[in-house]
Ligand binder design. Structure first.
Ligand SMILES: *[C@@H]1O[C@H](CO)[C@@H](O)[C@H](O)[C@H]1NC(C)=O
Ligand SMILES: *[C@@H]1O[C@H](CO)[C@@H](O)[C@H](O)[C@H]1NC(C)=O
Ligand SMILES: *[C@@H]1O[C@H](CO)[C@@H](O)[C@H](O)[C@H]1NC(C)=O
Ligand SMILES: *[C@@H]1O[C@H](CO)[C@@H](O)[C@H](O)[C@H]1NC(C)=O
Ligand SMILES: *[C@@H]1O[C@H](CO)[C@@H](O)[C@H](O)[C@H]1NC(C)=O
Ligand SMILES: *[C@@H]1O[C@H](CO)[C@@H](O)[C@H](O)[C@H]1NC(C)=O
Ligand SMILES: *[C@@H]1O[C@H](CO)[C@@H](O)[C@H](O)[C@H]1NC(C)=O
Length: 297
């Protein structure tokens, strides 16, 4: 079991990013109906009140005129992306995302071609959109109920307070620079068609056919995967009991303000036989990655 969990962590990397940038007070940044952002180089964004997260267009690495609609950590130099809308269909320059009067975010290319739309039903009671300090972009109705939120349409990353329910999954990207669907999937699989018990599984997918291969990690009887506000991963079972997937040492702790994220990695799966050998080095490597890639001096 311990090695299975280590394997899980080998693929669902939990990162901690120490933040040494002073907090900058910002005014209210709510997004009103009809507001839009354009895929240009002016870098305009919808940013959370604390400035920690931004929503907007990012130029794809190495591409002059192709953009990704995304949410990212706005205060760290890497501007690590934690969510994206159109990984499969890059948006060309001058594409537009708008919060429409039906309470949906719609991403449209200059030709009028629709590249993406938030997966909520039309709701004309929409009040506003908001990039929250949790990293969740929410659309709320006039009675304050949530019409849509990016936490419920995740890509490859979970953030603290985010819950992955049985209808959701995480998909790895193709690479660090290519945001299309990659080889790995974290999802729920119904155990038995006549009851509502689910297994949380990790499996590979065939990139071209999208066929799924057998599970290489299984956690039984799970109804939710939760990342708590301290960065620990918890599972809730079908009876509502919560248990801890994280153990001490798997999430690097720091004294100062930190960001956490759990990302389904795109790296190749080690051959099954050697998996066990990789478990602990995999976790150690995680610390290295934090220090090399994410830690601020
Ligand atoms: C901004 O939006 C959030 C979430 O929809 C809401 O709770 C808050 O009241 C809004 N603030 C203002 C000033 O409208
Ligand atoms: C937007 O960001 C890009 C890349 O960081 C930079 O080259 C460009 O100068 C920025 N544009 C503005 C208007 O700040
Ligand atoms: C808020 O409005 C939505 C429709 O926009 C409705 O489905 C929901 O029940 C309402 N919630 C409350 C608490 O009134
Ligand atoms: C649902 O089916 C699974 C697999 O057959 C079984 O292990 C589990 O106990 C069942 N759950 C309930 C609540 O009957
Ligand atoms: C599926 O679940 C039902 C209801 O909980 C149970 O009676 C049945 O034995 C389960 N089937 C299998 C193959 O476990
Ligand atoms: C799953 O939960 C059911 C109760 O909901 C329990 O009867 C069953 O033994 C559990 N199965 C496993 C594999 O833990
Ligand atoms: C999960 O485990 C960590 C580390 O052992 C602990 O600090 C945390 O309180 C645990 N959370 C829950 C809900 O048990």
């Amino acid at each position: 079991m311990a090695s299975a969990i280590a394997l899980f962590y080998y693929h669902l990397l939990v990162f901690v990013i120490t933040l040494l940038v002073p907090a900058i007070a910002q005014v209210n940044t709510n997004v009103s109906v009809g507001s839009a952002l354009f895929a240009t180089d002016d870098n305009s964004t919808w940013t959370s009140p604390s400035g920690d997260f931004s929503f907007g267009f990012r130029r794809l690495p190495g591409q002059q005129d192709q953009f990704l609609l995304a949410i990212w950590f706005a205060k760290i130099p890497d501007k690590t992306i934690v969510w994206s809308a159109n990984g499969r269909y890059p948006a060309e320059r001058e594409s537009k995302v708008e919060l429409n009067t039906a309470g949906q975010l719609v991403l449209i290319a200059p030709s009028g071609w629709e590249l993406w739309r938030s997966n909520n039903n039309e709701n004309h009671q929409v009040s506003n959109g908001a990039m929250l300090d949790t990293g969740n972009f929410v659309i709320t109705s006039k009675n304050s109920s949530i019409i849509w939120n990016s936490f419920d349409e995740p890509t490859n990353t979970m953030l603290p307070t985010q819950v992955l329910g049985f209808a959701r999954s995480l998909l790895s990207t193709m690479s660090e620079k290519s945001f299309g669907v990659g080889k790995f999937q974290l999802r729920f699989r119904q155990q038995n068609i006549s009851n509502s018990s689910y297994d949380l599984i990790l499996n590979q997918i065939a990139v071209y056919t999208q066929n799924t291969y057998g599970a290489y990690y299984t956690e039984h009887n799970v109804s939710e995967l939760i990342m708590d506000k301290s960065g620990y991963l918890l599972v809730k079972n079908s009876l509502g009991a919560i248990s801890n997937l994280s153990s001490e040492g798997e999430v690097l702790r720091t004294e100062s303000d930190s960001y956490y994220r759990a990302t389904l990695d795109f790296d190749a799966l080690p051959p099954p036989v050697t998996v066990a050998l990789f478990c602990i080095p995999g976790l150690k490597q995680l610390d290295d990655e934090i220090i090399l890639d994410e830690h601020l001096d």
